[in-house]
Design a binder for this molecule. Structure first.
Ligand SMILES: NC(=O)c1ccc[n+]([C@@H]2O[C@H](COP(=O)([O-])OP(=O)(O)OC[C@H]3O[C@@H](n4cnc5c(N)ncnc54)[C@H](OP(=O)(O)O)[C@@H]3O)[C@@H](O)[C@H]2O)c1
Length: 341
């Protein structure tokens, strides 16, 4: 196996640090790693037991690498990713900048890894909410066919990046002291406006992830529908999504109602789900805490909905792991497995 040089753009962010962890854990064959950030902070990052310097992003430095992971922002990816892939580097982009580009494969390796052919050296990784459903429902879709999906998400604060998580920590520290029944009534908290999120998130949930469009859908809700249709190659799949932010650290959960093209037994549904996801007994349902740091997409509470053609699922997955960093590492592994480097 050749040893490669790789760069991580956004190495100091929430996903960047997980990416370094999983490159190391999975023994990705690297001879060198080059870490970039905005250059605002000079702190290094740890990789293979050593502190590595993090430099301000430099196009000339980045282009020397065979694989470049973008885990930064849509703007940074839009500006540099295509230029770097045109010069011959493989670019794996975790932002949403190219997910809707018809020339850029959007890949979950265990679902559509065959789309990595070398025709495009820029590969996008999907949205962290969609990935859980994309993996869990894939074999139901492939073998039986899925016509319609209704989905409600419970999304951790880390999904919105480091600054949002810092907001959550500050709100929690400032308000935790008011949690008591000393006045006799359940406290009515008055939390100031956060800087990153649209509403306070401590002791709260809100149905907004991204900006709303003219039809009332949030950016996240639109991304989940568009990206699932692309990854499953199901342009006519009907979807109705409600994306909700909840006060957890890491781990997105989903309630999903899948209407199939034909009725199926629960045993058959469970068999198909377990081909790509980790199926848990109903009483062992996964939660954000139980799935934190884990590689799998977990599924539980599999049952019929309104008819034997509607299957209901509870899905949980670490948004920073399979929802972002791990999926990017798996894309890189798939590039190697296919002998494209
Ligand atoms: N969080 C998730 O669950 C998740 C899931 C799927 C996909 N994603 C995507 O992954 C990307 C990273 O998300 P995140 O949550 O890790 O964000 P984050 O915690 O806010 O980190 C952002 C990273 O980008 C760096 N950066 C900012 N401006 C830059 C510039 N001009 N040049 C180079 N680096 C720059 C930051 O460096 P500094 O330290 O210098 O500020 C930091 O390392 C985003 O595109 C996001 O949409 C995130």
């Amino acid at each position: 196996m050749p040893k490669l040089s790789a760069a991580v753009v956004g190495a100091t962010g929430l996903v960047g640090r997980e990416l370094l962890f999983f490159l190391e854990k999975r023994k990705f064959p690297l001879q060198d790693i080059n870490c970039f950030s905005s250059g605002k902070l000079n702190d290094g990052v740890f990789f293979l037991g050593k502190k590595r310097p993090v430099k301000k992003f430099s196009f000339n430095e980045a282009k020397k690498n065979q694989i470049i992971f973008f885990v930064s922002s849509d703007e940074v990816s839009r500006r540099w990713a295509k230029k770097l892939s045109a010069l011959g580097s493989w670019v794996i982009d975790d932002s949403s900048a190219f997910r809707d580009d018809p020339d850029v494969p959007l890949v979950i390796p265990e679902v559509n890894g065959e789309e990595i052919t070398g025709k495009s050296r820029l590969i996008a990784g999907p949205n962290c909410t969609m990935t859980g459903l994309g993996v869990a429902g894939y074999w139901l879709h492939k073998k039986i066919g899925v016509k319609e999906i209704r989905l409600s998400s419970y999304q951790a604060v880390s999904g919105a990046g480091r600054d949002a998580l810092e907001d959550f920590f500050s709100e929690s520290k400032a308000n935790i002291k008011d949690l008591s029944l000393k006045t006799g009534r359940v406290p009515i908290l008055n939390i100031g406006k956060p800087s990153c999120l649209p509403r306070p998130i401590f002791a709260n949930v809100f149905p907004q992830v991204g900006a709303f469009d003219a039809g009332g859908c949030s950016a996240e809700e639109n991304k989940v529908s568009f990206e699932l249709r692309k990854v499953w190659r199901a342009p006519h799949l009907k979807m109705s999504v409600m994306a909700v932010r909840v006060p957890t650290l890491r781990g997105h959960c989903l309630s999903a109602w899948l209407t199939l093209k034909a009725p199926v037994s629960l045993n058959e549904a469970k068999k198909l789900i377990s081909r790509s996801a980790a199926l848990k007994h109903d009483s062992l349902y996964p939660t954000p805490l139980s799935c934190a740091g884990k590689e799998e997409v977990f599924v539980s509470r599999v049952r019929f909905g309104c008819s034997p053609a509607e299957i209901v699922l509870w899905i949980a997955m670490d948004n920073l792991v399979k929802g972002a960093a791990l999926n990017s590492v798996q894309i890189a592994e798939e590039i190697l497995r296919r002998g494209l480097i």
